[in-house]
Design a protein around this ligand. Structure first.
Ligand SMILES: Cc1cc2nc3c(=O)[nH]c(=O)nc-3n(C[C@H](O)[C@H](O)[C@H](O)COP(=O)(O)OP(=O)(O)OC[C@H]3O[C@@H](n4cnc5c(N)ncnc54)[C@H](O)[C@@H]3O)c2cc1C
Length: 526
């Protein structure tokens, strides 16, 4: 049996962030993960052979740059532990069904000029949208970089804001409705829809109205920022911090149950029968749908169980990873273009329909949203000389309409081929001989790799109105304290949700340190 002050059950970037702040405050941590490596969806692995550093999940880290964790380098991840970021330009390049293609540049004027090719009015709307986000940025920052209940909510902040009513309405609207109101050209609408669908929440869901602002404006300011060397370099920095603060790590340690002493959580038991005890508590990043099976039903209470039962796990992901001898180069009227973050967008109606189809269990033959990530365009260290790593990402159903989840094994390569065909329409030079190796992961494979990505959904759950803010994961339990005393929850199932933001991790640490009677200002910038 291993003992520490805290057991960290699951080693995604969020729970590692929580552990780092606990360690900084002097508490000992033992970190467990089901996988053979730490980081969860923040990992770079050589799954296509030596020398190709493949981001098996996340590549873009834009959102975490606003977190005081990185912005103020509270843990020295940048200053001492080797983390650094690249800010690719162009920011994005998106092709549309009729062959038109939009490039977004770090220079706002250049992006506005690009949009003006389709509509002068839309170009002005885009510039206004980016400008308006400046008034929202500090409010969003304040609401996200503090736990529910401790930090003011967006509603509180907007109540006192001169244009609060406008933002409150936008917050409650859908991304689709905001885009249709602000933009008239089908091409610009498709481009903005592609942006808004990045967090994999269907864009017609109520409560997604800020996404066109929240996703686009930070990228316009800083690009789709990526860690130099791969997504896993963030994990390396967090593990480096923890190791130098005495933390202990156990991999291939699948947590199967919670150990309770009376009504208090005092540790976890792994599938292979090992016990790990935390004298002060347990931090979980286990999906809440799994967590509730790890202790007796009576320990949770009816409201928590109802909230978890009705929790929407979100849209499943499908990914194809390539090792190539050349990047995908888009042929455009203005010459060849390539971007670290490129892709394809159907018309806004197609994008809306694709989200609806997924929630209705239908798999359309048409690809409506595709991300093509080629980080080696700006970071050659991730592949052998002159070679590239390319990742295709789209959204699909977990249960195939006729064959169920088990049908994916036989059909996933056919979908991968379709994605390659879509890209080849715009990148004719991206021929088979450029593709040296390929691996495809269906939602079933993604879940098999990481049990937190339940049904292959990678963001810890849908983030529309029913599952956001104080509703996440369950009304009354959004403060990281779980119904079982001593058990804290972090990760994508907690506010403000998935993606590489570090907010759930830092917020959980704030709650825990407060419960421990610590002076937060000693440990972080509050
Ligand atoms: C293909 C793909 C591409 C993506 N691209 C991006 C992107 O570009 N940008 C972005 O921001 N996000 C992206 N994401 C989403 C992102 O990876 C996740 O939102 C993010 O990793 C969530 O972080 P987390 O810390 O909450 O949890 P996770 O990263 O999911 O980590 C949870 C950890 O807990 C462990 N765990 C779970 N259950 C148990 C258990 N019972 N016992 C032991 N260990 C357990 C898991 O093994 C895992 O290591 C992508 C996801 C996928 C799948």
């Amino acid at each position: 049996m291993t003992a520490a002050d805290f057991v960290i059950a699951g080693a995604g970037h969020n729970s590692l962030v929580t552990a780092c702040y606990l360690a900084k405050a002097g508490y000992s941590c033992v970190v467990l993960d089901a996988r053979p490596i730490p980081g969860g969806g923040c990992a770079t692995e050589d799954i296509l052979g030596p020398g190709y550093g493949i981001d098996t999940c996340s590549t873009g880290h834009t959102l975490i740059l606003q977190n005081p964790l990185i912005r103020l380098d509270e843990l020295g991840l940048v200053g001492k532990y080797g983390l650094s970021y690249l800010h690719p330009d162009p920011v994005a390049h998106v092709a549309m069904p009729d062959g038109e293609q939009v490039t977004m540049w770090l220079d706002l004027d250049a992006t506005v000029a690009e949009i003006a090719r389709y509509s002068q009015e839309d170009a002005e709307s885009y510039a206004r949208l980016i400008g308006e986000f400046d008034e929202l940025r500090p409010l969003l920052g304040a609401a996200r970089s503090g736990p529910i209940g401790m930090a003011p909510s967006m509603k509180d902040l907007l109540r006192d804001h001169p244009r609060g009513g406008i933002w409150m309405r936008r917050m409650a609207m859908s991304a689709r409705d905001v885009i249709l109101r602000e933009f008239k050209s089908p091409h610009v609408r498709a481009f903005m829809g592609w942006m808004a669908f990045q967090t994999a929440v269907p864009i017609d869901q109520a409560g997604t109205g800020l996404l066109p602002y929240q996703i686009t404006a930070p990228r316009q300011a800083k690009s789709w920022s990526i860690p130099k060397g791969g997504s896993g370099r963030l994990t390396d920095a967090l593990v480096g911090f923890l190791s130098s603060h005495g933390a202990e790590f156990h991999y291939e340690a699948w947590v199967e149950s919670l150990i309770l002493d009376g009504n208090r959580c005092v540790g976890v038991r792994t599938r292979d029968g090992r016990d790990f005890r935390g004298s002060k508590g347990v931090v979980s990043t286990i999906h809440v749908k799994h967590l509730v099976d790890m202790a007796h039903k009576d320990a949770w209470g009816e409201d928590f169980l109802f909230g978890v039962d009705t929790y929407n796990v979100g849209v499943p992901f499908f990914a194809t990873y390539l090792a190539t001898s050349a990047p995908p180069v888009f042929e455009t009227r203005h010459g060849p273009r390539s971007a670290v973050s490129a892709g394809y967008a159907g018309w806004i109606e197609d994008l809306v329909q694709s989200g609806r189809d997924i929630y209705d269990g239908r798999l359309s033959d048409d690809v409506a949203w595709l991300l093509v990530a080629t980080p080696t365009l700006v970071d050659p260290s991730r592949a052998p000389d002159g070679h590239h790593t390319v990742k295709f990402l789209t959204h699909v159903v977990h249960d195939l309409p006729d064959a169920g989840p088990s049908g994916w094994e036989a059909s996933k390569e056919a979908l991968a081929e379709r994605l390659i065909e879509v890209v080849r329409r715009f990148c004719p030079g991206f021929t088979d001989d450029k593709i040296l190796a390929r691996i495809t992961k269906s939602p079933v494979d993604i879940e098999a790799l990481n049990p937190h990505m339940i049904r292959g959904a990678a963001h810890g759950g849908d983030r529309s109105i029913s599952f956001a803010g104080e509703q996440r994961p369950v009304p009354g339990w959004a403060q990281h304290r779980m119904p079982i005393p001593g058990l804290y929850q972090t990760g994508g199932t907690t506010h403000p949700g998935g993606s590489i933001t570090g907010y759930p991790g830092r917020n959980a640490a704030m709650v825990m340190l407060k419960d421990l009677g610590e002076d937060l200002s000693r440990i972080m910038d509050v």
